[in-house]
Every structure is written in C-alpha cells, then in structure tokens.
Design a protein around this ligand. Structure first.
Ligand SMILES: [Zn+2]
Length: 468
C-alpha cells in the first residue's frame, strides 16, 4: 500500500469515527437568485431607460424575463423644469424618479455608478469626467453579480441627434464589461473566494459571460437602423396586460417630473382615445414603430435580426463562457479542482498577458508564521446542469489541525465554486523553527467515489511571515 492509500484508509477510518463526519454534506450557497437578471440595461441618466421600456414591458410581462437597470450617473447636471433643485440635490431627486419609474415596470434591481453627468457630445469628455476605470470595475462587478444573458445599452457611436456623450460612454462601458466580465484575470478580487483575512475586500463572485449585447440610439433618424437588429412593435397589445406596450412604457415614464413635467401633465389629462392618437402619429409618438434593437455581438453564432432570446438556453443559469485564454484542460474538463486565490489568479493572469516565461515556483508554496493558520483556496470546476457533491480529503502534516473545509460539500449550479481548507499550524520553539523543513498539504477531491484531482501546497514555517 503506498503512502497515499495508507493515509486515505486512515483518513476514512477517522471519518467514520468522528461524529462530525456523519453529517450530511455541507451545502455551499450559490449566487443570490434575487439579483439574477435575464436582461441588464446599462444607461447613462435617470429617464434613459424610457427609450427601451416598450421592449422591456414585453420582456417582463409576456416573456417573463427579469430585468435590472444600471444608471451610470444620477443626472445631476440635467435641467430641472419642475422644482428649484439643481446639481447634487437634483441628482438625489432623479435617483428617486428613476427607481419609481423602474418600479412601475416591476424592475426593482436598480444600481447607480459614480459617473458625473457631463453634458457634451464628446464621449471622451464623459469617460474622463466619470472615472472610466473605477466605473468599469463596478460595472464588471454588476455583470458578475446579476449574471445577465442580454445586455441592452446606448449605441457607442456618433450620429446627428442628441448624441449625448454620456449615452455613448454608457455604451462604451457596457461593451467593455461584456468583454471583461468572463475573464478571471480582469478585476480578479471580485472573483476570488473570501479569505480568512481581509475578507471584506474579496467578493466571491464568478466570472460571467453575457450572451448578447444590443444597442439603441438617440439619433434623430431611427429609420437608418432598420434591419440592424430585431424589431418589436410598440403598438402590439400585451397578451397578459391587455394594453399596448407603449401604454405601459408611458405610465413608467411619468415619475420623471423634473425632466418633462409639461408633457406628463398634458398626457395625464388625455383620455385613452386621445393618447392612442398621440402615440400613433409618428410626428408626436414617443417611440418609433417598430422599435429596433441594434445587434452588437453575441457569443453564439447569431444573425443580427434574430429575436433577442433566440438560441439563449431557457435555463436561468446558462454556463459562463470560459475566458478566451483559459487552458484547454480547465475548459474541457467539467469536473476538476485547482488552486484558487492568488495561485488561480496568476495562472489566468499569465495566460491573459502572454507571460509565458516569468518564474513560477515549481510547486505552489507559501511561508507561514508558526501557530497561525494556513488556508488552501480551492476552485472546483463542475457541470452547471445540476448540483454536485464533492468530497474533499485533506492530508496535512502531523500535528497540524484541519479546522474547516474537509468533508462533503454540495455545490450550487454554476461553473466553478470557490472553497477553502483551513489548517491550524503548531507553535514551534526557536530551535524547531531553525530546523523546520517545508511541509506539504494535499487536498484531494472525489465525486461519486472517483477522483477529480488534487492540489498541493508546500508550506515553510517562517518566523516573520506576513498573514496569508
Ligand atoms: Zn440621457
């Protein structure tokens, strides 16, 4: 019997002997389903959402899709035609207007970035004034939190029309976040499992790749976009709500009193027939008929005019596309384990940045102060079609105590789950410390009795080591 087998028999013997180990597998929580969005709308200002609310009403009430909205600014430099507040005070009011408008369409998951409302036609002014990098990071975090299949945002392009630089900047950030959020090397602290120390900084999200991105535009001539994406009637009667989509969108626009109080007052005094006439006349209608969503790109092969949800799996938890440079072994092998934390990050980082020859320790290693705990961050790659149960077996040096992370774990439906094994190390006398040799921790994973791999961490006891 080799050492490993002998050790395993011992470990399993201890397993059955321990009252703790008779317990059911520990259930690892998955992502919070309350914030899951099928569609994430990324816009610049409170009231921008109104440009696509006829389609959102269709998606919410008749396709039963969940929608969330990100506003990149709070609209503080806009006008106020309703009351006296301006600047930051107006921004506070417009945030409330935006939340109320979204709530009228049952959209409750609404977030605001820190962009500063910047009134010009130059997207670069907006990006500079917003803090491009920090807001991109926040938006990538929201993609990973809400796990949307579909992104709908402003067209990042210059056309005669309002051509608002902030609108374009929202489209730029939304597109960049589309490309980055599936990459584990991009903003890696977001996708790192919580560590014992500095826990508030690490978010335990997973990389997430949205499937498709669509745009809409504030150009004067919307006809020029026909055929560039799927078109949806705004006049169609919602089967579930028994009224046209424009009507639901109109009702949802009424909280934006600071922006168009006269229009809102006027329409509030019209009867149904008068409203119908107003919204049927192309010269007075608020939305063009039909409304075209401009196709940006898709992960799966898609035609521009395909329906928004064509080819999107019906499951609410479609698999994240692996990062383009993720090693094939990691991409193809559904069930496997690897080291996470800094080691997992650097593996992705080196690939993403083509750092093929920089020094890497032959075996993952770390120095630990005696008497403190060492943790082994683990990432289990697994099928997302169903939950799976994984057994983690830890082999630690004699005298070290595994305090958490070993045993059976039921994993949520997702592509990868972060776990960690924690081990208390013994105190060593100065003499013992001097003689201390590197020790090895091995964590082995099994699924249905079969190995899905192991990870090793070489640990050197060192007096002045920083906390891991
Ligand atoms: Zn706007």
């Amino acid at each position: 019997m080799n050492t490993w087998k002998r050790w395993k028999v011992l470990a399993i013997a201890c397993w059955f002997a321990s009252p703790l180990l008779a317990q059911k597998p520990q259930v690892i929580p998955g992502p919070d389903a309350r914030v899951k969005a099928d569609i994430l709308v990324v816009v610049a200002h409170p009231d921008d959402e109104a440009a696509v609310t006829p389609y959102l009403a269709r998606a919410i009430y008749d396709l039963h899709k969940s929608v969330a909205v990100v506003f990149a600014t709070r609209g503080g430099s806009g006008g106020n035609d309703y009351s006296r507040e301006h600047g930051p005070a107006l921004a506070n009011i417009r945030e409330i207007e935006a939340r109320e408008a979204c709530a009228k369409l049952a959209i409750h998951n609404v977030w605001f970035l820190d962009g500063k409302d910047t009134a010009s036609q130059n997207v670069l002014n907006s990006l500079a004034n917003w803090g491009h990098g920090s807001n991109l990071e926040r938006l990538v975090g929201l993609y990973r939190l809400t796990q949307p299949e579909i992104i709908i945002t402003w067209l990042p392009s210059v056309f005669i029309g309002e051509n608002h630089g902030d609108h374009q900047a929202a489209g730029v950030l939304a597109t960049e976040a589309f490309d980055l959020s599936g990459d584990p090397a991009a903003f890696p602290a977001q996708v790192t499992g919580a560590s014992k120390r500095l826990e508030p900084y690490l978010e335990n999200l997973t990389p997430w790749q949205a499937q498709k991105i669509y745009y809409f535009s504030d150009a004067n001539d919307s006809k020029q976009f026909r055929g560039k994406g799927p078109a949806y009637s705004v006049k169609e009667i919602s089967p579930s709500q028994k009224k046209p989509y424009w009507r639901m969108a109109l009702d949802a626009a009424t909280p934006h009193l600071t922006q168009f109080p006269n229009d809102i007052e006027r329409i509030s005094n019209l009867n149904d027939a008068q409203l119908e006439k107003l919204m049927s006349d192309p010269t007075t209608a608020w939305w063009s008929e039909p409304m075209t969503l401009i196709f940006g790109k898709a992960v799966l092969p898609s035609a521009a005019t395909d329906d928004v949800f064509a080819k999107i799996p019906a499951t609410t938890r479609s698999p994240a596309r692996p990062a383009t440079k993720e090693p094939a072994a990691q991409r193809d092998q559904i069930d496997s384990i690897r080291l996470g934390g800094p080691w997992g990050f650097y593996a992705a980082f080196r690939l993403q940045h083509d750092l093929v020859d920089i020094p890497v320790s032959p075996q993952p290693e770390i120095a630990i102060k005696p008497g403190t705990s060492v943790y082994v961050p683990i990432v289990v790659q697994h099928a997302n079609a169903a939950t799976s149960t994984v057994l983690l077996i830890v082999q630690a040096p004699s005298g070290w105590k595994v305090t958490s992370g070993q045993g059976e774990f039921t994993l949520p439906e997702e592509r990868s789950t972060a776990l960690k094994v924690e081990i208390d190390t013994p105190w060593l006398s100065p003499e013992e410390l001097k003689r201390a040799q590197p020790q090895e921790i091995i964590v082995r994973a099994e699924e249905n009795g079969a190995s899905i791999g192991e990870v090793k961490l070489r640990v050197q006891m060192q007096g002045g080591a920083l906390p891991q």
